[in-house]
Ligand binder design. Structure first.
Ligand code: AMP
Length: 492
């Protein structure tokens, strides 16, 4: 099938050709004709499948006739993040370059005055994050009674980010007779409930199985036992083993850890930059464009900031932390292997991540090869299961930092950076953040600096259920006596 079979006008076909697309992706092939018919659509599609064009192309076609009135947008696209809003806006610019459509972006972190000015001129397409839109509505700057086309993009993410009450309020301000297009990477029961509420007799389109991971991504789990410091060492080792990485996205669960990891990578000579929600919008955009232009090779992000990033050349994704929400795993690794390209995704998992990892495997419903790293301690499912009731199985305090350093045969990059004291300070910060004893130093087997990643997977986890019971069940706190029990009691 070609784009000309989809019923798009010649101007749009020319714009699509200019961008270099030759054939529609499955979501475009299936969604575009229904959107053009005026039907509601519920699309289950991950980012990277071409879903943005599946609604922007027919929208441009449909909005090409008619005029917008002041403060009354004709269509509305709701997105969870500013970055995604920007990307959708860029899509409108490329595909709509031969069509005269006005658009406005209503997102936090940008000037109200500019946005209000655009609204007053009248907009055909309004791309907004829910908070800013409601803010402007409450200030009386916008009316949604003429908005007859609504797109809710990345609904699952809206749910995760707690935006659903805002979305519900916005939808209640729209005319009931409208066309609604609803996209989500996953179809969890809550998402289905929402789509039932917002859509009327929708055409359901699913281009991947539920919460499936991109097939073009080679996934690996690196099991190591240790705290943040060991994780950073393991990460560096894996990245070095991958050779010259052109562009990679690294995910941390917490904003604080994004900063720590970014700082540590820079100290170790990597070209990295951080992206998270606490940064000013201008510096987020600057970082993103530096990354897109290849000025920085590694982007260290939180989930929220990375949502909706469309950077086709990302070759690797590194999960520095196993995501708390298993569906984020699907989104994270979907940053690579986009639009038919190959990508690699590595996930560093410590014994504390056992449960999170199992949740990920259940969600993606398939196994992932596991490798261990030479020079790093690893752990087994049985050990993880028997960890119940104890926080960590930590060996006694580290003894041999200096002797290890002597034994080690560091690579140039490692040597330079291992000598940097700043990294130790970041370790302390990271450890205190981790809380659960991760600041204890490791003793038994510090990673040797000549350590390399084993190339062959040691196992594929997720293919068999581990026994849910520990092989060596312990009761109470097991062989560990918590510090509070040993503390002298204060008697009044
Ligand atoms: P999306 O899923 O909308 O984030 O799109 C993922 C990537 O696929 C973007 O870089 C698009 O530019 C690209 N893309 C979208 N449609 C096509 C197509 N028909 N052929 C090739 N690439 C496409």
């Amino acid at each position: 099938m070609s784009f000309s079979d989809l019923g798009l006008n010649p101007k749009l076909l020319q714009a699509v050709e200019d961008v270099g697309y030759t054939t529609p992706t499955p979501i475009q092939e299936q969604a575009i004709p229904y959107v053009l018919m005026g039907r509601d659509v519920m699309g289950c599609a991950q980012t990277g499948t071409g879903k943005t064009a599946s609604f922007t192309l027919p929208m441009i076609e449909m909005l090409s006739s008619g005029r917008a009135r002041a403060r009354m947008p004709r269509s509305l696209i709701l997105t969870p993040t500013r970055e995604l809003a920007h990307q959708i806006s860029e899509n409108f610019e490329s595909y709509g370059k031969y069509s005269k459509l006005s658009k406005a972006l209503l997102i936090g972190g940008s000037s109200f005055a500019e946005q209000i000015k655009l609204l007053e001129r009248g907009v055909d397409v309004l791309i907004a994050t829910p908070g800013r839109l409601l803010d402007l509505f409450e200030r009386g700057k916008i009316m949604l009674v003429d908005t007859k086309l609504l797109v809710i993009d990345e609904a699952d993410r809206m749910l995760d980010m707690g935006f659903i009450p805002d979305v519900e309020k916005i939808v209640s301000l729209l005319p009931p007779l409208r066309q609604t297009l609803f996209f989500s990477a996953t179809m969890a029961p809550e998402i289905r409930k929402l789509s039932d509420k917002f859509l009327s007799n929708p055409k359901e389109i699913s281009v991947t199985k539920q919460a499936s991971t991109a097939e073009t991504v080679e996934q690996t789990i690196i099991k190591i036992d240790g705290g943040p410091k060991e994780k950073r060492e393991a990460l560096r080792q894996v990245m070095t083993g991958e050779g010259e990485i052109q562009s990679a996205i690294l995910f941390c669960n917490r904003k604080k850890d994004v900063d720590i990891l970014n700082k540590s990578l820079n100290v170790h000579g990597f070209s990295a930059a951080a992206l998270h929600g606490d940064m000013a919008q201008s510096s987020r955009m600057e970082t993103l464009s530096d990354f897109k232009e290849g000025k920085v090779k590694l982007l260290v992000c939180s989930d929220v900031a990375a949502r909706g990033l469309d950077i086709p050349a990302v070759s690797h994704v590194f999960n520095f932390d196993v995501p708390v929400n298993p569906e984020d795993y699907v989104h994270r690794i979907g940053r690579t292997g986009r639009a038919g390209r190959e990508g690699k995704a590595f996930t560093i998992a410590t014994i504390e991540d056992y449960k999170g990892l199992r949740n990920v495997l259940t969600t993606i419903n398939s196994g992932i090869p596991v490798v261990s790293l030479e020079g790093f301690e690893t752990w087994t499912d049985e050990e993880a299961a028997s960890l119940k009731g104890r926080r960590r199985r930590r060996p006694a305090k580290a003894t041999a930092k200096s002797s290890d350093a002597k034994e080690a045969k560091p690579s140039r990059r490692r040597k330079k950076s291992d000598d940097v004291a700043e990294d130790d300070s970041t370790d302390t910060a990271a450890s205190s953040d981790a809380g659960n004893g991760a600041d204890e130093k490791r003793s038994a087997k510090k990673p040797t600096r000549t350590a390399r990643r084993k190339t062959k997977p040691t196992a594929v986890i997720g293919e068999r259920e581990p026994s849910s019971e520990p092989s060596n069940p312990t009761s109470s706190f097991g062989d560990h006596t918590p510090a509070f029990i040993l503390r002298e009691a204060k008697v009044a």
